[in-house]
Design a protein around this ligand. Structure first.
Ligand code: TK8
Length: 336
């Protein structure tokens, strides 16, 4: 009996030794990860998957500590914290980052992508790599492109179903000049504002409307303070999963590989969850009392015609290199 126990203890000891040495290249790390969306948003499915992969790859040594709903501040200040090396990770829309990487503005051009397949083809191909390089030069490493989704307008004033209906509606836009231009050109009174202030501004009627994907509208409960939803699908602004370059450079290659792999696995889970939820969110917003206005293809074309000057004005600001790269990828994706 005694002998058996000794053997068992010795075996357990060996196991422990093996486990320790198997993950010896990983330091114990807790990574701060922030974002603006609620925990109910599929970004959390992505983070959950990331953590599973990290557990398997690092024996649980790398842990993600996620802060939801802007609890740890907005995406732009977080991105600046990454650049300074005082925070590890943020999941952010590209749009508030155009002051850091102007080329990202291409994703703000209205009606650029028609569907998720086109977005994936651009983001997961050479164009995506191009933006990753620009981001890295600016002090942040993009581990993967996740999905926010196609953006749609909501407001509390009146139904918006055609171009003329935008007139005079006070709409919050992201802190981004192309969005500001687009919504001014459509006739709204556009106001740039950080995401964290939107719910209260809608509630107090400081603004009439905002624009975001169905899933974000529902998980951020905007339906509680918004009556009308217009299926405009006017932009697809990707989520970036960023890591501080300063802190990234302090990781060893195994740690970097584990994090990259986790973010890419997370991407699959996050996109799948987001896409599965998109139509459900629309149905649920309807069930919760929102009045939904579909935008006909003809009306969407009229909107596109109206915002064409936004392209003329902003393509030189974004830079033709980035724009052409994305347009070429799109052409390929469309089989042209
Ligand atoms: C969430 C934001 C948000 C974005 C916005 O952190 O600001 O409207 O669409 O979803 O990235």
């Amino acid at each position: 009996m005694f002998k058996r126990r000794t053997i068992a203890a010795a075996a357990a000891g060996l196991g422990l030794l093996w486990a320790t040495s198997a993950f010896a290249q990983f330091a114990d790390r807790t990574i701060k990860f922030t974002n603006g969306v609620d925990e109910a948003h599929p970004v959390s499915a992505g983070v959950k998957r990331m953590q599973e992969v990290l557990n398997a790859k690092t024996g649980g040594k790398i842990k993600i500590n996620a802060f939801w709903g802007g609890a740890a501040g907005g995406d732009l200040p977080a991105t600046q914290a990454l650049r300074a090396g005082t925070q590890e990770m943020v999941c952010t829309s590209t749009s508030p980052l155009v002051g850091i990487v102007k080329e990202l503005g291409v994703f703000d051009l209205p009606f650029l992508f028609a569907n998720e397949k086109e977005a994936d083809a651009v983001l997961d191909g050479p164009a995506g790599q191009y933006f990753n390089k620009k981001l890295e030069e600016a002090g942040v490493v993009n581990l993967a492109y996740w999905e926010n989704g196609f953006r749609n307008l909501t407001n509390s004033k009146h139904p918006v179903a055609k171009v003329e209906d935008f007139d005079g509606v006070k709409v919050r836009v992201m802190q981004n000049n192309i969005f500001l231009d687009t919504f001014k050109t459509l006739g709204t009174n556009a106001v740039p504002m950080a995401f964290g202030e939107v719910f209260t501004a809608l509630e107090t009627k400081t603004i009439d409307g905002q624009e975001n994907p169905f899933v974000t509208i529902e998980t951020s409960k905007f339906n509680e303070v918004q009556k009308y939803l217009s299926v405009t699908r006017h932009a697809y602004t990707p989520f970036l999963v960023l890591y501080s370059k300063k802190l990234w450079d302090q990781l060893n290659p195994q740690e970097q590989a584990a994090l990259r792999e986790a973010a890419v696995e997370g991407q699959k889970a996050q996109r799948a969850a987001n896409r599965a939820l998109n139509e459900k969110s629309l149905a649920s917003l309807r069930a919760k009392g929102m009045q939904v206005n579909d935008i006909s293809a003809a009306e969407q074309r009229r909107m596109f015609e109206k915002v064409k000057p936004v392209y003329d004005k902003n393509v030189p600001v974004i830079g033709p290199e980035a724009v052409n790269l994305v347009l070429d990828s799109l052409k390929k994706a469309r089989g042209g």
